[in-house]
Design a protein around this ligand. Structure first.
Ligand code: A3P
Length: 306
């Protein structure tokens, strides 16, 4: 089946989610061709749910803490000071398999390899072929995701964020017709996966990362088998990584102000406000009510709460 999204683009349904034609090809290539390693880490998310932040935090906890001490001017400085999280952690379907059905993986010299994806868990699992990769998922309030997406799309199109686009995106979202959508089924796929296999699927929430970053970072590090030592906890390493990965810090790094990702997106577009509840300023009470009702309907009984 096919449908039209908010910018009039034709999307195709594959394994219960929607994708553009090129993306679908990339996903098929990924599912067929990826050779997973048990040490791989995969960051998964619905677009605009906090992917960039989680990529940064994952790079932060999996690289030696000692790198934090290096000057940002040295060539072996911390990778997050030298490059954007999206270049350090490429997406399977947007970067690696979008360019080639056999992408060159030799760049991933460091172990563990860290990748990302916006596809739901069942689609990802087909590519992982029963290997025991670690999957970390981040989700976020759907209303903030929608508003963030609206700003992001407008920035990509190099236009002001106009209400007419927000309104058509809202309609598409409610119908579930957007890249990787429906949003709710996407979240539920990983939620169920984390309940069934908590050793390999970690389920994080953007809002929790905002309110208790220390607790959530330690959870992430433990899950990835690189827990902070007592000494590291006492000497401020947890805070140092959080500070390095903070929106303010990443946004102000020169590389993120001027650089572009390998697929041509300005790095700066990934950093906006990073607030919880910003959608209140843009959605009408009617829009909020309608999307809240869908959320209640879809998440009711699953144990998931906003
Ligand atoms: P807003 O548009 O609400 O500000 P993604 O990384 O999945 O594309 O999501 C982008 C959203 O995450 C944007 O939200 C962006 O500002 C926010 N974000 C990016 N980096 C962040 C960070 N280091 N800390 C907190 N939020 C961050």
């Amino acid at each position: 089946p096919s449908d039209i999204d908010f910018v009039g683009r034709e999307l195709f349904k594959y394994q219960e989610s929607w994708y553009g034609n090129k993306m679908l090809q990339a996903i098929l290539n990924f599912q067929r061709g990826f050779e997973p390693q048990d040490t791989d880490i995969i960051i998964a998310s619905f677009p605009k749910a906090g992917t960039t932040w989680l990529k940064a935090l994952t790079v932060g906890v999996t690289r030696p803490v000692a790198l934090l001490e290096r000057s940002k001017h040295s060539s072996d400085a911390h990778p997050l000071r030298l490059d954007n999280p999206h270049n350090l952690v490429p997406f399977f379907e947007l970067d690696l398999y979008a360019k080639s059905s056999k992408p060159d993986m030799t760049n991933f010299s460091s172990t563990p390899r860290v990748f990302a994806t916006h596809v739901p868990l069942h689609t990802l699992q087909e590519a992982l072929k029963n290997s025991s990769c670690k999957i970390v998922y981040v989700w976020r309030n759907v209303k903030d995701v929608l508003v963030s997406y609206w700003y992001f799309k407008s920035a990509l199109m190099k236009v002001e964020a106009e209400r007419s686009l927000l309104e058509s995106m809202f309609e598409s979202f409610c119908r579930g017709v957007s890249y990787g959508g429906p949003f709710w089924e996407h979240v539920l796929s990983y939620w169920r996966g984390s309940l069934e296999d908590s050793k390999n699927v970690l389920f994080l929430k953007y809002e929790d990362l905002k309110t208790e970053p220390r607790v959530q970072l330690k959870r992430l590090a433990k899950f990835l088998d690189c827990p902070f030592t007592v000494e590291e906890e006492e000497n401020g390493s947890v805070e140092e990584i959080l500070e390095l990965c903070s929106l303010r810090n990443l946004k102000n790094l020169e590389i993120n102000k001027i650089g572009i990702t390998s697929r041509g997106v300005d790095h700066k577009n990934f950093f906006r406000k990073g607030e919880v509840g910003d959608s209140k300023n843009y959605l009408t009470p009617e829009m909020e009510k309608r999307i809240d009702m869908i959320t209640e309907d879809k998440f009711g009984g699953s144990g998931l709460k906003f």
